[in-house]
Design a protein around this ligand. Structure first.
Ligand code: HEM
Length: 515
């Protein structure tokens, strides 16, 4: 843990920390989590170490160990307060998550995005990105980089059509390869789909969205592995690299460092390829009305490439993974998409059940499982039901959407008609019918408030196309009945989406989508 609040503040709060006085105030209760708890049986220690950082969801589980035995809001709002360090607040309370998300921004006293968990990302992508900056610098980045992603831009009929057509052509080509693989196999062998999904997602982003022209072989065999390596490195680097030296500046001490440096070099080449298309106004660049030099955009492009690939792959992988364990839901999606040949804003809008499947996917298995925040001042937040919570300056905050979305109190039988831990797209029918429910119940899958995801419309279009096209062509069953998660920058199905695939219509000669 680092401390960026001036030293006097550290000393000022020390006596209260030693006396174990709760640093939070207000009627919303917060419960203390002990730093050490020998023999309690909790999953791990409540902060990342070199030995547990690869299982971040277990670290979050630790904060809520036995929390359901607590009455009141202390079961959902937990804190760690170690003398000498700033307090850490972890919340799985949707009302508090919402209140803090809304109060995050560039105005004086608003919450920042905590940069501590993304230190590794910043070392690999640069510090001047939309993801990493705060305050006025973030506002400038937002103005500069987000307009081409906005729903109003993307959903202009001409613009939408161009992306939809090229996205669809890419998907058709990749599905044809999978289909051929099936046809050539003597007996269908299980396939790990995550790698295929990742290649399609990167191809759509690089070639269709940014207008570059990189071959599928290069994407699949060079850039996807390079980005995987960079993302693995980012996760480890955040915890292990205490000296904060960017890898670019380190000599090749070990083979591993050499391999990561090569991966970073490939990542840089991909960034160059994507920036090169700017001068010809290809892909999204024609929507980009700024004379900012390429160099000013580089960090954001790196974040878009690595971050968007992670998030869209996670989202589509989870959706297919859930459908592979829910044949009835899979059939319902099939009946909805079987006659869709082109995805227009109208067909997407009409595919209600597919929409419920995607919402349920982000609820149960959000791609970004926690959203980090930092209190820049002593701050009061108020929930929609009138509860108030005082958060001291310097507090590191983890908005734990993973646990919020899976808790029976918030998403269970009483509220939605179905157990919170089950994958039930139908719960969204009930919530849609009750206006109050759809406004009040947020899954935070794309965040909330000013730091909401600018890639939402693009990501949703890509994921709906991939999942819709896939269900239309194949019937698929999970090899493993359980569906545990693994997590790094984003969450993914632990089995890499291992499924048995069958063509729906053996005689069918095409993907059923207009190429
Ligand atoms: C479809 C899958 C996606 C999911 C589930 C997703 C999820 C999220 C979430 C939850 C946040 C908010 C994090 C927070 O509050 O701390 C976020 C922010 C962000 N996302 Fe996405 N995202 C997706 C796709 C994309 C795409 C396609 C792009 C860009 C091409 C993108 C770029 C960003 C950026 C730059 C931010 C930071 C925004 C800011 O701080 O102002 N995302 N995303």
């Amino acid at each position: 843990m680092q401390e960026s609040v001036p030293g006097f503040r550290r000393i000022e709060r020390l006596p209260r920390q030693i006396l174990k006085i709760n640093p939070f105030g207000g009627e919303v209760q917060t419960a203390r989590v002990p730093l050490i708890s020998m023999g309690s049986g909790r999953p791990t220690s409540p902060f990342p170490h070199p030995w547990n950082f690869s299982e971040p969801i277990r670290i979050l589980d630790t904060f809520f160990w036995n929390a359901d035995a607590v009455q009141g809001s202390g079961r959902h709002n937990r804190f760690l307060d170690v003398p000498g360090f700033a307090p850490v607040l972890i919340t799985r309370d949707p009302q508090i998550i919402r209140a803090i998300s809304v109060a995050t921004g560039d105005r004086v006293g608003q919450f920042d995005r905590d940069t501590l968990p993304s230190a590794g990302i910043a070392r690999a992508t640069g510090k001047d990105s939309l993801l990493y900056t705060n305050g006025p610098a973030w506002k400038r980045q937002k103005k500069l980089a987000t307009p081409p992603f906005a729903r109003t831009t993307l959903f202009q009929p001409e613009q939408f059509r161009e992306f939809e057509v090229t996205f669809r052509q890419t998907i058709v080509r990749r599905l044809e390869i999978l289909k051929k693989h099936l046809a050539d196999a003597e007996k269908p062998a299980p396939v790990k789909l995550e790698a295929e999904i990742k290649a399609v997602m990167l191809e759509m982003l690089v070639n269709n969205f940014f207008g570059a022209n990189v071959t599928y072989e290069e994407i699949r065999n060079r850039y996807v592995p390079a980005l995987e390596r960079v993302v693995d490195y980012i996760v480890r680097d955040t915890v292990v690299n205490k000296i904060g030296v960017p890898l670019r500046r380190l000599p090749r001490f070990t083979r591993n460092i050499g391999e990561v440096k090569d991966a970073l070099a490939s990542f840089e080449q991909l960034t160059d390829l994507v920036l090169e298309t700017r001068k010809d106004g290809r892909g999204l660049w024609k929507q980009f009305n700024s004379d900012a030099p390429d160099e000013a955009l580089r960090s954001n492009i790196r974040v878009f490439l690595a971050g968007a690939l992670e998030a869209t792959t996670s989202y589509a992988s989870w959706a297919i993974s859930h459908l592979a364990r829910n044949p009835a839901a899979q059939e319902k999606v099939f009946h909805e998409v079987k006659d869709i040949q082109e995805y227009t804003p109208e067909t997407l809008h009409d595919a209600k059940y597919l929409g419920h499947v995607l919402n349920e996917t982000l609820r149960l298995t959000p791609s970004l499982y926690f959203h980090p925040r930092r209190a820049t001042a002593d701050t009061w937040v108020e929930t929609t039901s009138g509860g108030r919570l005082r958060i001291p300056k310097g507090t590191h905050i983890l908005l734990d959407v993973w646990h919020a979305n899976r808790h029976e109190d918030h998403w269970g039988v009483t509220v939605t008609g179905h157990p919170a831990l089950d994958f039930v797209p139908e719960r969204w029918e009930r919530l849609a019918a009750c206006a109050h429910g759809s406004k009040e119940l947020l899954h935070f899958g794309f965040g909330h408030g000013p730091r909401f995801c600018p890639g939402k419309s693009l990501g949703q279009l890509e994921v709906a196309l991939v999942v819709g096209a896939f269900v239309k062509l194949f019937r698929f069953v999970a090899v493993n009945p359980d569906n545990p998660a693994r997590a790094g920058v984003s969450t993914k199905p632990a089995d890499g989406v291992l499924v048995e695939l069958r063509l729906r219509n053996q005689a069918s000669a095409d993907t059923g989508l207009r190429a």
